[in-house]
Design a protein around this ligand. Structure first.
Ligand code: SAH
Ligand code: SF4
Ligand code: F3S
Length: 503
């Protein structure tokens, strides 16, 4: 079943292409320009996803491997892809060498993310030569870029299948086409499809679960590729989100992460009701599940009602990831973030007034085109003023087709690197200061598994998402424990178990 408004109507499924010219002849290539158009059409929700009979057994006795490169949304898409493949009879395998189907679920956010994918696609050539029956597919955000599709056609003929972020539900058909075609099968929609509910999912682990509340992004920050690769904002119906969270609670999951590129815009696209993210959280908090998180919050749409609901706490944790990007109003303006330094600081003040122990984390870009030393200093001073517990920091990476990519950039790369270094130093200093008061405190930890570096040690997270290591019995994995913090580091806490908590 396809979305009703196929945005690329002359795209014929089942066609395949060997060259860039074939591609241009048969297909409407994914176009960032087309993707930018935000149609007024109503988004339909489909509940009747199924796998056609002749494809349900197609993967029997075969193995698949999905490699994910992107954000949590991308990770969650991989869970759907796995769900669809397993419904077709495939079983998962941990390495590409033993797989019959390998899918790279890609990310386009920065150049280095794309370089990594091209590097690994290159390595797949040898594997494909050894096993010509292997199906190698590329999906995710990079597939939505015309230049990427053309580059794969030109230089990566080992790829059998390319599909995008809007047609994951077409995977059974596309895979069958790829199996029987000698040429590359490409199906990418420049515009978003409808919302497809009830696609099967194979979730990673049984402790924490991701739940999409919306898709796409309409913010068009000038540096960012996401609104083009993910289409316009579409919210899932609240009853569908709530039903999914309830079901996960029944299955025994302990923590839900609600996902959207800008969760605070949730519901703005509903035409039949006034219902926002605050309303959704107010209902979800009543579900019997110990922890609810969400990502990502855009500061602009963070309203008072949402702050009030978060103030009710319970399973709504005291951690908010609130990307600021820059501390300079002038830079924020050029980024089209649509808030000023003052507005952001006022929002932080309001949040802290209601949740005094809130932990704030953020994303920051340094070296945006034309960023002056003074403007960068404003970012440092904002970081001090807010007092983030941690942050993801990036050097600006131009993305072709975005407005910032054509802005004059007079900041030398060495200066950008130096700024990143200074910013990270400051964040480390503040991170440690924030953690020091936890010394000798007892915190609630959701035990997630063994520590990455030492299987003798357990790893878990506090409500504020801080990583805690402690020695304990493996039976604690998936449970809550009270842990007394005995050693405080910049990014981790070490402790000893006090009690297991029965929930
Ligand atoms: N929707 C989220 C961000 C998703 S992308 C939000 O608006 O908060 C995650 C982060 O990647 C962004 O917050 C930004 O800091 C960074 N990022 C996005 N585009 C980038 C680019 N072109 N160069 C460098 N960093 C970028
Ligand atoms: Fe990108 Fe801005 Fe949308 Fe976040 S809000 S995904 S940074 S355009
Ligand atoms: Fe990357 Fe796409 Fe996520 S560009 S960050 S995988 S939405």
């Amino acid at each position: 079943m396809t979305g009703k408004k196929e945005a690329t109507p002359d795209l014929k499924s089942g066609k395949s292409a060997k060259t860039v010219e074939d591609f241009a002849k048969y297909f409407q290539p994914p176009s960032l320009k087309e993707a930018k158009k935000r149609g007024k059409e109503e988004i339909k929700v489909h509940y009747n996803f199924d796998i056609p009979d002749d494809m349900q057994e197609i993967g029997k006795g075969k193995r698949y491997h999905v490699r994910t490169y992107g954000c949590q949304m991308n990770e969650h898409d991989s869970e759907t892809i796995s769900g669809i493949l397993e419904a077709m009879g495939y079983t998962a395998v941990g390495n590409v060498e033993e797989a019959d189907v390998v899918l790279f679920n890609t990310c386009a956010i920065r150049e280095n993310a794309e370089d990594k994918v091209f590097g690994e696609l290159g390595h797949m050539k040898r594997l494909k030569n050894n096993n010509p029956n292997l199906i190698l597919g590329v999906c995710g955000c990079m597939s939505q870029e015309e230049k990427v599709v053309n580059k794969i056609l030109k230089s990566y003929q080992q790829v059998d299948l390319i599909f995008g972020t809007h047609n994951i539900h077409r995977l059974p058909h596309l895979l069958r086409d790829a199996m029987f075609s000698k040429e590359m099968v490409i199906e990418v929609w420049s515009k978003e499809g409808d919302i497809i509910e009830n696609m099967p999912k194979i979730r990673e682990g049984n402790i924490k679960a991701w739940v999409n509340i919306m898709y796409g992004c309409d913010k068009f920050c000038t540096y960012c590729i996401v609104p083009y690769t993910r289409g316009k904002e579409r919210s899932r119906r609240p009853e569908d989100v709530i039903a999914e969270v309830r079901d996960l609670a029944r299955q025994g999951y302990k923590e839900i992460m609600l996902l959207g590129q800008n969760v605070n815009a949730y519901g703005k696209d509903f035409e039949d009701m006034e219902y926002g993210f605050g309303d959704l959280l107010d209902e979800i908090r009543k579900i019997d599940i110990p922890r609810i998180r969400f990502t990502t919050s855009h500061p602009r749409d963070f309203d008072d009602h949402l702050i009030e609901v978060l103030g009710k706490r319970g399973n709504l944790v005291e951690h908010i990831h609130l990307p600021v990007q820059s501390g300079s109003t002038e830079v924020l303006k050029r980024m089209a973030r649509k808030y000023s330094r003052e507005h952001y600081l006022e929002l932080v003040r309001k949040i802290k007034a209601v949740i005094p122990d809130v932990v704030l984390t953020t994303d920051i870009i340094v070296g945006f085109p034309g960023e002056t030393d003074e403007q960068f200093e404003e970012t440092l001073s904002l970081v001090e003023e807010v007092g983030y517990d941690s942050a993801y920091t990036f050097i600006y990476s131009p993305r072709e087709g975005t407005p910032a990519a054509v802005m004059e950039d007079n900041v030398p790369i060495e200066v950008k690197k130096q700024r990143l270094y200074r910013l990270n130093e400051l964040l480390a200093k503040i991170g440690l200061e924030k953690n020091l008061p936890l010394q000798d405190q007892v915190v609630e930890v959701l035990v997630e598994g063994e520590s990455k570096n030492n299987p003798e040690v357990l790893a878990g997270r506090t409500r504020t998402n801080k990583l805690v290591h402690f020695i304990g019995d493996k039976s604690l994995i998936g449970q809550f424990a009270h842990v007394k913090i005995t050693d405080v580091k910049t990014w981790t806490l070490h402790g000893e178990i006090v009690t297991k908590i029965e929930v």
